[in-house]
Design a protein around this ligand. Structure first.
Ligand code: ADP
Ligand code: GN1
Ligand code: MG
Length: 359
């Protein structure tokens, strides 16, 4: 990484590169230069992102747009260019990019308070609100059919038919549980095709650890991890944030009795998110939000299970059954969402009528 760093226009020569973050896809480092300036440097996973130049062009356009909406340097990511004027470096070892480090920021794996989760929801809501004026047609689809949940279920069936690692026998119960949802998995794209939902510019990977908060005030600063910013549905962003952040346990908790939906965190997120985009979303979109939470949970469970059957080729793993453990938490969370479905729907309805009532 340090070698590749020499190609970027840093303020001084690169000095050190230390791994950071808990992302499942890219390799991220904290880069420092000899003058003590900090940067985030990433090696982009080009077996997952097949067209890195197109992905980087998306990020360049989106970050420049966000910067024009709000010039505060801590409120949007800022790319550092290479010495030959490009926004990424490519050599025989791979693709690299560098951002200016957002100083005095923290990134949370879990929300300790409802307030923290509320603030992260405002950050994602305001991100989407700012991008409402951005022309989605100029963005490339960095991973085709990324949130096509039905296609994800289909990929699971293919992985099970191949059963490359001979693991299917261990996961029969999880596999059957996921397959029983096959029909339901098509619901979001069906609504889109029927013209009931709107294609917007969405983030598509709204995990809590993809937003930076101010270390001192706790306020949300900046949305990061922009690899999957592309046309999508608001329910994807709302749903993915809920499946990760409103769970009472970590994504890889082994004790499933600890994995449940926290309705208070769900409500806090809905309040924060709708305080920023409530006025932009249509009635159909509002009603799709709880559906999005279930579908993103199902989809992520299905993706982890598929990767387990495929031999852990997509998500980084720290132990041999990591993907299976992750898949189980998602499927358990989905069951708990089913159990609290009426409440999930009524929270959104209540917030919507409160807004209409002007309260
Ligand atoms: P991944 O694809 O690995 O999830 P992210 O872009 O989310 O990569 O970055 C990983 C971690 O690096 C984040 O969770 C955050 O802690 C830190 N990080 C990323 N960009 C910045 C930045 N510009 N300033 C400060 N910290 C950052
Ligand atoms: C990956 O890169 P990271 O860790 O923020 C994945 C998301 C999954 C998530 C599950 C490009 O996100 O789609 O929801 O893991 N990103 C990609 O934790 O596949
Ligand atoms: Mg990330």
């Amino acid at each position: 990484m340090l070698n590749a760093a020499r190609n970027f226009l840093l303020d001084a020569a690169p000095a050190a590169c230390v791994p950071m973050g808990n992302g499942h896809i890219n390799r991220t480092c904290l880069l420092t230069d000899e003058a003590g300036n900090k940067y985030t440097m990433q090696k982009i996973n080009d077996s997952i992102f097949k067209d890195v130049p197109a992905l980087m062009e998306n990020i360049r356009l989106v970050t420049e747009y966000l910067r024009a909406c709000d010039p505060d340097p801590r409120h949007s990511l800022q790319l550092v260019h290479t010495k030959d004027g490009k926004c990424f470096h490519h050599d025989e070892t791979g693709y690299y990019r560098v951002y200016r480090f957002v100083d005095e920021s923290v990134c949370l794996e879990r929300a300790e308070t409802q307030e923290e989760f509320f603030l992260s929801a405002q950050a994602f809501g305001s991100f989407q609100n700012q991008l409402a004026g951005f022309d989605a047609a100029v963005l490339s689809e960095t991973i085709p059919r990324f949130h096509d949940t039905a296609n994800r279920v289909n990929n699971l069936k293919i992985a099970a038919a191949n059963d490359k690692m001979g693991r299917l026998k261990e996961v029969q119960a999880e596999y059957e549980f996921a397959l029983a949802r096959e029909e339901e998995a098509g619901v979001m794209l069906k609504l889109l095709k029927e013209g009931k939902l709107k294609l917007r510019v969405t983030h598509n990977d709204t995990k809590l650890n993809n937003v930076l908060l101010d270390e001192r005030t706790g306020r949300a600063l900046c949305v990061i991890d922009l690899d999957t910013v592309m046309p999508g549905l608001c329910a994807y962003d709302f749903g993915d944030a809920i499946r990760y952040g409103a769970s009472t346990a970590a994504e890889d908790e082994r004790d499933l009795s600890r994995v449940n939906l926290s309705l208070s965190l769900y409500r806090a997120y809905a309040e924060g998110y709708l305080s920023e985009v409530g006025n932009v979303l249509t009635g159909e979109e509002l009603r799709s939000l709880p559906v999005g939470a279930k579908m993103m949970t199902l989809e992520t469970g299905v993706r982890f299970l598929t990767d387990y059957l495929d031999g852990d080729v997509y998500f980084k793993v720290a132990c041999p059954d990591h993907n299976l453990v992750r898949a189980r938490t998602q499927l358990k969370l989905l069951q708990d969402m089913d159990a609290h479905w009426d409440e999930m729907v009524s929270v959104i309805g209540e917030l919507d009528s409160r807004k209409k009532g002007g309260a």
